[in-house]
Design a protein around this ligand. Structure first.
Ligand code: OGA
Ligand code: ZN
Ligand code: ZN
Length: 411
């Protein structure tokens, strides 16, 4: 089949340069012109060496390697039309050598505001103008997620009404956005019914189970295997830092809170870590670069990791805080590092307890708190079980499911 024959089909596509029907790019994120990306009519496309340079009406240009374009062909042969997953394998393509050189393409056209490419083996690829614009090299695809925002003085968590959450996309988007951005959000005025927390979670994704099971009850119990199941106060902590991957998002739904005490507190661990870096940089470095041991043990489990208190990402920003003084294991360091480590730990504790960054609240029956357990520390005051009942139901969710929910809502 000659390259010219294969052009017959693309040249009949669309009704002209202002046809608005989107070209199927095996992509569910919005990319249509005038929708996600205004003024992205295609003006020109030409080969320059091994690349195709594309120009849009808004003046933006993109320089696409031939390899990239071939790799991203969205036709039904190259992308599975149902799963949208890639079928094409650039690694095995006999055209590879020609893609690496200059002659992988026999034709470059703009038709009906689509880039149409005919490859040297006769294969035809078509690209939607807006889709290509969103993905021009060197330009990160805009995130649909809110960036983390550090708590400032007098930070108050966002509150979303339970009915808004259950009945409207906007309510759920508001709640998910707040949890991802601030690491803490409240849901108000829910029913005082057992398992409401499970129904809330179902709207977002499957719960993450741990050695404490799936959905757990926080109330004082006989024979507790965890401080949370007593009436004692819990100092600020993160849950399960002894796991390789501690749970991301914790939901705690209040059913009863009639006992004296039991107030909740929260602090932004990332903001505290940044404050420590500012005030005591040496202490920060020690906590960020000294792995220590965390461990939980009961009759059936012994779950342990060796990780630092402050975990940093590739850019040096805090990515995760592991802080839980009662399941910190034996400190196993050379003696001449111990004093400095304890001093750093104590300095961080002072930042974590800074009242300026602390949120305190008393959960009301029907109220739920959600927080990012890998960033925000939580605690509760001791309560007196003889003065009334306190009962929370909790579970964990994966952050991926919250992010996914927000992306889906933005389609
Ligand atoms: C926990 C916990 C807080 C509370 O279960 O890990 O911290 O308010 N509970 O009881
Ligand atoms: Zn293809
Ligand atoms: Zn906890």
């Amino acid at each position: 089949m000659s390259a010219i024959d294969t052009l017959e089909e693309p040249s009949t596509l669309g009704q002209g340069p202002h046809d608005d029907s989107p070209l199927e790019m095996a992509e569910l994120r919005r990319y249509r012109r005038g929708d996600a990306s205004p003024d992205t009519d295609l003006l020109a496309a030409e080969r320059q060496g091994q690349r195709v340079v594309v120009r849009w009406a808004n003046g933006d240009t993109g320089e696409f390697p031939q390899m990239w374009l071939r790799d991203h062909c969205a036709c039904a042969e190259c992308r599975h039309p149902m799963t949208r997953e890639r079928l094409y394998k650039l690694m095995d393509d006999p055209l590879w050598a020609r893609l690496a050189e200059q002659d992988g393409l026999t034709r470059i056209d703009i038709e009906a505001d689509r880039l149409v490419l005919v490859w040297a083996d006769g294969h035809v690829s078509r690209f939607d103008a807006g889709w290509l614009h969103q993905r021009r090299p060197g330009q990160a695809l805009a995130s649909l997620l809110p960036p983390a925002r550090a708590w400032r003085e007098r930070f108050q968590p966002e509150r979303v009404d339970y009915t808004e959450f259950t009945e409207s996309d906007a309510g759920r988007a508001q709640w998910v956005t707040a949890v991802l951005r601030d690491g803490l959000a409240l849901l108000d005025d829910g029913p005082r019914e057992l398992e409401t927390v499970s129904r809330i979670a179902e709207r977002i994704g499957p719960m993450r189970s741990t050695n404490f099971g799936g959905r757990f009850d926080v109330q004082s119990k006989p024979n507790p295997n965890n401080a949370a199941f007593t009436a004692i106060g819990l100092e600020l902590h993160t849950d399960l830092p002894n796991w390789r991957q501690p749970p991301d998002i914790q939901l705690l739904y209040c059913l009863e809170n009639a006992a004296e005490g039991g107030e909740s507190s929260f602090t932004d661990g990332f903001a505290a870590a940044e404050a420590l870096r500012e005030r005591a940089p040496k202490a920060f470095e020690i906590l960020a670069h000294t792995p220590i041991d965390f461990r939980f043990q009961d009759e059936g489990h012994d779950i342990a990791v060796h990780e630092p208190i402050i975990d940093l990402d590739a850019d040096g920003h805090p990515r995760e805080i592991r802080f839980n003084n009662w399941i910190r294991d034996t400190l196993s360091l050379p003696a001449d590092q111990m004093e400095a480590w304890y001093a750093a730990y104590r300095e961080f504790w002072q930042e974590l307890r800074d009242p300026a960054r602390r949120v305190e609240l008393s959960l009301a029956p029907g109220q739920m708190v959600a927080f990012d357990n890998r960033r925000v520390l939580h605690g509760r005051n001791a309560f007196d079980p003889n003065t009334g009942k306190r009962h929370l139901q909790g579970l964990y969710l994966d952050r991926d499911m919250l992010e996914s929910h927000l992306r889906v809502l933005s389609r």
